[in-house]
Design a protein around this ligand. Structure first.
Ligand code: GLP
Length: 233
C-alpha cells in the first residue's frame, strides 16, 4: 500500500480532489465509486469549486455510491442520496442517468443488490474507488466479520456505527440496516484511495498499517489489493 500522511485534513482534501480530477481529465468516461461521511466532504467541496469553472467536468463520468441506508426514502435528509446531491451532484454536470446509489426502499432488497452488481459490471467495472474508514475498520458498511468475498448485500449496522451516524436522524429513528457494496466488489476496483483523517481514526489507521489481514477488521482486506493509496491526516 502507498501511504501518504498530511499535516491537516485540508491538505488531505486538496490531494484527494487532485486525484479525482486528474483521473477525470485523463479518462473523462471513468467509473468512480464514491463514499459518504465526514471524511470526503473537503474533497467534494474542492471538486465542486474546480468543476464549476470547467466545461464538461463530470459530463461522461459514471458514479456508484458505496452504500445506502435501507428503509430510508431518498428525500430524507439523512439518506446518502440527499448527501450526494447536496455535496456533489447538484453542483456538477453529471448526467443523472450515470448516477447510481442503491435503492434502500426497493421492495426486494436482495434483488436490488444483484441489480447493483450487474450495473457495475455493465459499466465496465470500477476504475477508482474512494473509501472512508469507520472507527471499527468498516469500509462502506462492511462491518467487522464481513467476509472478504462478499458482494453487494443487505447488512445489519453495529450499535457503534448507528451511534456514529445518529446525528443525521434527529427523530431518533436511526436505520438498523443498509445496502453496501461487498468487500469483493470493492477489491475489484482497479485503484482504491482511502481517506482517513482526525484523531478518532488514528487507532484504525495504525491497525490498518501494522495489524493482520483479518475479517474482524474489514479495511485490512485492502492489503490484498495491488493499487491502494491511504491518505491520512
Ligand atoms: C459511514 C459510511 C462509511 C464511511 C464511514 C466513516 O458509516 N457508511 O462509508 O466511510 O461511516 O465516516 P466518517 O468519514 O464520517 O468518519
Amino acid at each position: 500500500m502507498n501511504w501518504q500522511s498530511f499535516k491537516s485534513g485540508d491538505v488531505l482534501a486538496d490531494h484527494a480532489a487532485h486525484i479525482l480530477l486528474t483521473t477525470i481529465h485523463q479518462s473523462p468516461a471513468t467509473v468512480l465509486a464514491l463514499p459518504t461521511g465526514r471524511s470526503p466532504l473537503g474533497m467534494y467541496e474542492r471538486v465542486v469549486n474546480e468543476c464549476e469553472r470547467e466545461y464538461r467536468c463530470f459530463r461522461d463520468v459514471t458514479t456508484f455510491n458505496l452504500d445506502e441506508y435501507a428503509g430510508v426514502p431518498r428525500e430524507h435528509a439523512g439518506s446518502y442520496w440527499t448527501y450526494m446531491k447536496r455535496h456533489l451532484f447538484d453542483h456538477v454536470d453529471i448526467d443523472p442517468k450515470n448516477i447510481h446509489i442503491p435503492d434502500g426502499m426497493a421492495a426486494d432488497l436482495d434483488a436490488e443488490c444483484r441489480r447493483y452488481e450487474e450495473e457495475i459490471r455493465a459499466a465496465g467495472g470500477l476504475a477508482l474507488t474512494f473509501l472512508g474508514l469507520g472507527r471499527n475498520g468498516h469500509i462502506g458498511f462492511n462491518e467487522p466479520g464481513s467476509p472478504f468475498d462478499a458482494r453487494t448485500r443487505v447488512v445489519e449496522l453495529t450499535p457503534s456505527t448507528r451511534a456514529a451516524n445518529a446525528e443525521f436522524f434527529p427523530d431518533g429513528n436511526v436505520p438498523s440496516r443498509a445496502i453496501t457494496m461487498g468487500i469483493a466488489t470493492i477489491l475489484e476496483s482497479r485503484a482504491i484511495v482511502l481517506l482517513a483523517s482526525g484523531a478518532g481514526k488514528q487507532e484504525a489507521i495504525e491497525r490498518l498499517r501494522s495489524g493482520s489481514v483479518d475479517e474482524s477488521f474489514p479495511a485490512s482486506a485492502l492489503r490484498l489489493h495491488p493499487n491502494v493509496t491511504v491518505l491520512s491526516a
